[in-house]
Ligand binder design. Structure first.
Ligand code: 1CP
Length: 343
């Protein structure tokens, strides 16, 4: 690997400077992505290895990030399990026949991932070839709780109240569904690693909607199963947005890194997670709308707070579609030019 900063940071090894990448780095803020978006539907872009490969490489070539992340979506998992998933322009994901009861479980199954998601394996093989060991490739999946949110609620939501009440009132059914999602996800991530993914990230985007005890009941045990199944094969990053209150619990799952959003101070996160794990984050994506000199100033403040050891510079959540490309590049360049001895 020519640039192995990410792998070294995950391993707790010495680095000259922290590696940097951005969640949702392949996406709508890039004009090159928007061009492909005019011609192909979202799931066409995901399911065509050549398109997924081209989109994955865009931020590596255009922005110069230290890692590529597979272009796909967490919702290909419920799709592979048998639920119809649509992506509606400017509205987001829509699942017309969500899971509401025990009887609905009959409509989903743990699929043969090679048969249903073989296109992802092909995309990864192609991306690895095109990357030619320039930077590592991150594969990913949603955490089972976040996937359940969409399978039950049927669409995006600020509260995912229907998904939560499903867990609270029909816990046995919820746990059965969570286990099916977990089994599918483990098979899927194993296939990603075999195809060539160097690192795996688990996105629990809605973890922070749960009370600590509910997170420990409905999310953490399933994340734990996934980490246990993958660790040793590839380093795992767990990003549970908003769930800062369980950083200590997540730190002992065997994950190599924990993602954090901007709602926790780096020092607090470090205290909670301990010294034996890498932290990733936590720049507020909305700050990329600031003028470039201010972005540079804010990024330097963040870097000084995290320090160089066991740290991956990233945003605290996905980049927004209205971020100017040169602002995204300023974020990445400020990290790349960082010299901790020469602030
Ligand atoms: O062009 C478009 O309008 C599609 C927008 C889009 C994109 C670019 C969607 C629909 N998904 C993606 C790609 C994607 N999704 C990646 C690609 C790799 C990258 O560059 O990072 C990844 C990692 C995801 C993961 C994902 N999808 C998450 C977890 C991360 C997060 O941001 O919290 C979630 C929650 C989804 C669901 C989803 N898919 C798409 C949208 C707009 C959403 C969010 C909907 C919601 O807010 O509920």
């Amino acid at each position: 690997m020519k640039n192995d900063l990410l792998l070294r940071a995950l391993d707790g090894k010495l680095v000259e400077r922290p590696p940097v990448w951005m969640m949702r780095q392949a996406g709508r803020y890039l004009p090159q992505y928007m061009k492909l978006r005019e011609r192909y539907s979202f799931f066409e872009r995901c399911a065509t290895p050549e398109l997924a490969c081209e989109i994955t490489l865009q931020p590596v070539d255009i922005i110069g990030v230290d890692a590529a992340i597979l272009f796909s979506d967490i919702l290909v998992v419920p799709q592979a399990m048998g639920l119809e998933v649509q992506l509606i322009e400017s509205k987001g994901p829509f699942l017309p026949n969500p899971i509401k009861s025990y009887a609905d479980l009959k409509r989903v199954s743990v699929p043969d991932v090679h048969e249903k998601l073989g296109y992802v394996e092909e995309a990864i093989q192609l991306i690895k070839k095109e990357l030619n060991n320039r930077v590592p490739l991150i594969g990913f999946a949603g955490a089972p709780w976040t996937i359940l949110c969409y399978m039950v609620q049927g669409k995006g939501s600020k509260t995912f109240d229907e998904a939560k009440s499903f867990c609270f009132t029909q816990s046995q059914t919820a746990h059965q569904l969570l286990q099916m999602i977990t089994d599918t996800t483990i098979a899927y991530l194993n296939a990603q690693v075999i195809a060539g993914a160097d690192v795996i990230q688990i996105f629990d985007s809605w973890g922070g909607l749960l009370a600590p005890a509910d997170f420990e009941a409905f999310s953490l045990p399933y994340i734990q199963q996934i980490v246990t199944a993958i660790k040793g094969k590839a380093p795992v990053i767990v990003f549970a947005k908003g769930a800062w209150y369980v950083l200590d619990k997540m730190a002992v799952t065997g994950a190599k890194a924990l993602g954090i959003d901007w709602c926790i101070r780096p020092q607090t996160a470090r205290k909670m997670a301990g010294d034996g794990i890498t932290l990733q984050g936590n720049f507020d994506p909305a700050k990329l709308l600031l003028p470039i000199p201010q972005i540079q100033k804010e990024v330097k403040l963040m870097l000084a707070e995290f320090g160089t050891e066991r740290y991956i510079a990233n945003l605290g959540h996905g980049i927004l579609p209205n971020i100017p490309v040169d602002h995204a590049r300023a974020f990445v360049d400020t990290v790349k030019e960082w010299n901790p001895r020469n602030r």
